[in-house]
Design a binder for this molecule. Structure first.
Ligand code: ADP
Length: 341
C-alpha cells in the first residue's frame, strides 16, 4: 500500500514523540505490577481526598519513567510542573516552583540524583511537612520565614537510585523500579505505534523490530521511525520483513539489536583491554566518551544480555561477547573466576 509521504509538523520527531507517548496509565504496555500498585495508590488517595504520596521511579533510560510521571497527574486531574535535576543549582531555583504549587499538584524532577546536596536538603521539609524556609531581606536584616506550601506530590526519576542519599530516598512513599520489556510487549508497542504513525507493518517485521530494540520502548520507537523513513524512501511504504532487515542493516544494528556504540564498547573491552577486568573510566577514556553515558545507556543492556559482567575489579567480557564479535573465546572457565573476583 503506497501513501502520501508525511511532510510538515507531522513528520517532526518531537511531534512523533508526543503522539507515541501514552497519556493514561491504561495505555501503558507491560510493567503490570507497577501499574497495579500505582492505580491502587491513586484510587486510595482520591477516595480519601488526600494528596498522593511522593513517587520515585528508577531504571535505565527509555523504559517509561517520564511517561509514568506524566500519566499520574493526568489520572489525578491535576497540573504538573517539570524540572530537571541538573538545572537546580541552588535552593532558590526551587522556590518559584514550590511557592506556586496548586493543591495536590505534581512536581516532577527528572534526573533527581543530580540535584546538589543543598537543594536536596531543601526538599526534605518541603516533602515531609509541605513547608520551606524563605530568607527575606539581606545582610543583618535578613530574616528566615517559614512558608507553608500546598500539599503536593513530588515525582522523581533517576537512572541511578544508588546515588540518592538515604534521607531523600526514604521521603518517597512509593518507590518503583522499571525493568526491561519482553519481546511481546515491545511488539505490541511497535504495532500500536506503527498505526499511530499511519504506516503499515507486517506482524513478523514488528516482532523483528521488537527483538532488535534492546528491550527498551524508546529504542523501539526510534527504530520504528527509522524503518518507516526507509520504507517510504526505498520501498513502497510498507514495513515488510525484508524492508526491516535492510533498514536495520543500513543503520548498523546487529542481530542482538546492538548498535555501533554497543559494539565499540565490547570491542574496546576485548581488543584493547584484553577482555577485562577493566574500570569503566578506562573504557570511557579509550572510547572518548563519558563514563556516565556508558553506565547509564550502554552497560545495562549488555549486562542483561550476559555480554559483560560487573566485578569489583571492573568490567569483564563474557565468552558470549567474544563469540558475538566473532573472536576466539578465551579458554573455558574464563567466565567462572570472574564471579569470585
Ligand atoms: P525514561 O523517562 O525512562 O527515559 P520515557 O518515559 O521518556 O523513558 O519513555 C520513552 C518513550 O518510550 C516514551 O515516549 C513512550 O513513547 C515509550 N514508552 C515508554 N514506556 C512505555 C510503555 N510502558 N508503553 C508504551 N510506550 C512506552
Amino acid at each position: 500500500m503506497s501513501r502520501e509521504p508525511l511532510i510538515g509538523p507531522e513528520s517532526d520527531p518531537q511531534n512523533d514523540d508526543l503522539r507515541l507517548r501514552p497519556k493514561r496509565i491504561a495505555e501503558m504496555v507491560g510493567q503490570r505490577d507497577v501499574i497495579e500498585r500505582l492505580e491502587i495508590a491513586i484510587e486510595a488517595a482520591q477516595r480519601r481526598g488526600e494528596v498522593l504520596g511522593h513517587v520515585l521511579f528508577d531504571g535505565p533510560p527509555g523504559l517509561g519513567k517520564t511517561t509514568f510521571a506524566l500519566c499520574i497527574p493526568e489520572e489525578l486531574g491535576v497540573p504538573v510542573e517539570l524540572l530537571s535535576g541538573p538545572s537546580l543549582k541552588a535552593p532558590k531555583d526551587l522556590v518559584p516552583s514550590l511557592t506556586n504549587l496548586q493543591k495536590r499538584q505534581v512536581l516532577f524532577i527528572d534526573e533527581i540524583h543530580r540535584v546538589p546536596k543543598a537543594v536536596e536538603e531543601y526538599l526534605y521539609t518541603a516533602m515531609e511537612d509541605f513547608r520551606i524556609d524563605l530568607i527575606l531581606g539581606e545582610g543583618i536584616s535578613a530574616r528566615t520565614h517559614s512558608f507553608r506550601l500546598q500539599p503536593f506530590t513530588l515525582i522523581g526519576a533517576t537512572t541511578r537510585s544508588g546515588m540518592l542519599t538515604g534521607p531523600l530516598r526514604d521521603r518517597f512513599q512509593i518507590h518503583e523500579h522499571l525493568g526491561f520489556y519482553t519481546i511481546s510487549e515491545l511488539t505490541e508497542i511497535v504495532t500500536r505505534n506503527a498505526s499511530k504513525l499511519k504506516i503499515e507493518i507486517e506482524p513478523e517485521a514488528a516482532a523483528e523490530l521488537a527483538r532488535r530494540s534492546r528491550s527498551t520502548p524508546r529504542i523501539a520507537n526510534n527504530r520504528l521511525r527509522w524503518v518507516r523513513d526507509y520504507a517510504e524512501s526505498r520501498a513502497d511504504g510498507v514495513i515488510t520483513m525484508s524492508v526491516a532487515h535492510d533498514a536495520l542493516a543500513m543503520a548498523e544494528i546487529d542481530e542482538l539489536g546492538l548498535d555501533r556504540q554497543d559494539r565499540h564498547y565490547l570491542d574496546t573491552l576485548i581488543r584493547v583491554c584484553g577482555g577485562g577486568p577493566t574500570g569503566v573510566e578506562t573504557i570511557a577514556a579509550t572510547m572518548n566518551t563519558s563514563s556516565d553515558t556508558l553506565t547509564d545507556e550502554v552497560e545495562p543492556f549488555l549486562l542483561r544480555s550476559e555480554l559483560i559482567l560487573r566485578t569489583p575489579r571492573g568490567r569483564r567480557a563474557t565468552s558470549r561477547a567474544f563469540q558475538h564479535l566473532d573472536l576466539q573465546p578465551p579458554p573455558s572457565g574464563y567466565d567462572g573466576p570472574t564471579l569470585f573476583d
